[in-house]
Structures are given as C-alpha cells and as structure tokens.
Design a protein around this ligand. Structure first.
Ligand code: FE2
Length: 213
C-alpha cells in the first residue's frame, strides 16, 4: 500500500501506518475475508485508543492503530495460528514493524507457546519462528494492551474480560493453559487500572450493556 500524504507531509511515521491507511487496509481485508473479526478489530482499536489516552507516556495513536491491525493476517481466510504469522509478514512487507510485532505478540499473554495447544495451522518452520520471537520478546505496554483489548472487544462492542473468555472458549475450546492465560489477563487489567488510576472498564462506553445483553 502506498504511503499517503496530506498537505505535502507524510502521515506515516515509518513504523506503523496512519489511521486512514490502517482503516483502508482493514476494508480491503474485509472484502477478502468478511467476518466478525473486522468489527472485533475496530472495537479493539477503539479500546486501545481510550485506555492508552488515559495512560501517561503512551502513544495512543500507535497503540490504537497496532490494535486495529492485530488480526490483519486473517485477510488470507479462516485460519487460526496462521493469522499471526500472515499478519506479521503483511505488516513487515509494508514497513510497519510496530504493527507487525503486535500481530505476533497479541495472542501470547504468556510468552511460552507450549501453553497454547491444538491450533497450529502453520508449518514447523513458522511455528519455530513464532516460538522464538515470542520467547525472546521483552513485552512493552503496547504488547500488554493488545493482549488485553483482544479480550475487551466483541464485534458488538466493549465487554468485560469474562464475556470474551467464554466467547472464545465456546468457539475454540479450552486447553491446559487456559486458566493461566485468563489469570494473566486479569493481571494485565490490574496493571492498566493501576497505570491509568481508574478502572479501565469505566473508559469504555457501553461495556455494561454490551456485556449483559
Ligand atoms: Fe483479536
């Protein structure tokens, strides 16, 4: 995708696309593989914007756009682990390494892929790449936030963690690492509650209604 300009000045900072490019990219992906993941991605990007905006020191636009694109690898079709590596490659090819990183790290609140079973639709080389990348990654608040908002974003809007956990479990099942991952997500929420000084659920309009109805 070509870099876009407005008023002669580049809006891309080189490590992640500007919002207009990210939204166009998501629209393009929606034509290739329509599905709930598009609205989930938009909600995740919105959640990231709202939480990062309340957190001192975070670039809210970077957080939001990387979260908007966290599942972009799903443009290839209905896939599971493969969406991570496809998204990583897609973003790297376009010069968006910050977004590429999130495509890989958002799935792994625990950075040991052995805690994640039964969904490896990638070849052994790609699996090893993901394993090494995630194990060696020193997570930043951007990784934490992407891991968290993935669980705050239903296609219909913001939701509490438990709602999304059950949603994912009902569709994909659970495995021996499920409870440890859920516990980690509650720790991540506590981390952002602490850093923002508020209960982050209060930053997400409609979360109460969307979690109940
Ligand atoms: Fe996601």
């Amino acid at each position: 995708m070509k870099e876009e300009t407005l008023g002669g000045e580049s809006l891309d900072n080189g490590t992640f696309p500007n919002r207009e490019t990210a939204l166009k990219t998501l629209d393009w992906a929606a034509k290739r593989n329509p599905g709930n993941w598009i609205r989930h991605s938009r909600v995740a990007g919105d959640a990231a914007l709202r939480i990062a905006s309340a957190m001192p020191g975070m670039d809210a636009e970077k957080a939001s756009i990387c979260c908007l694109l966290h599942d972009i690898g799903r443009y290839v079709g209905v896939v599971r682990a493969r969406h991570q590596i496809e998204g990583y490659r897609f973003c790297m090819e376009r010069g968006w390494p910050d977004a590429a990183r999130i495509c890989l790290t958002h799935t792994y609140p625990l950075n040991d892929i052995r805690r994640y079973n039964e969904y490896w639709d990638v070849d052994e080389a790609d699996k090893r790449f993901i394993e090494t990348y995630v194990r060696n990654a020193v997570y930043t608040p951007y990784d934490y936030l992407a891991q968290l908002v993935d669980y705050l974003a239903l296609p219909s809007g913001f939701c509490i963690l438990e709602k999304r956990m059950v949603d994912v479990a009902r569709r994909h099942g659970t495995d021996t690492g499920s409870v440890a991952r859920w516990n980690r997500l509650f720790e991540l929420k506590a981390y952002f509650d602490d850093k923002t000084g508020v209960n982050i659920y209060g930053l997400l309009p409609g979360i109460r209604e969307n979690s109940i109805l």
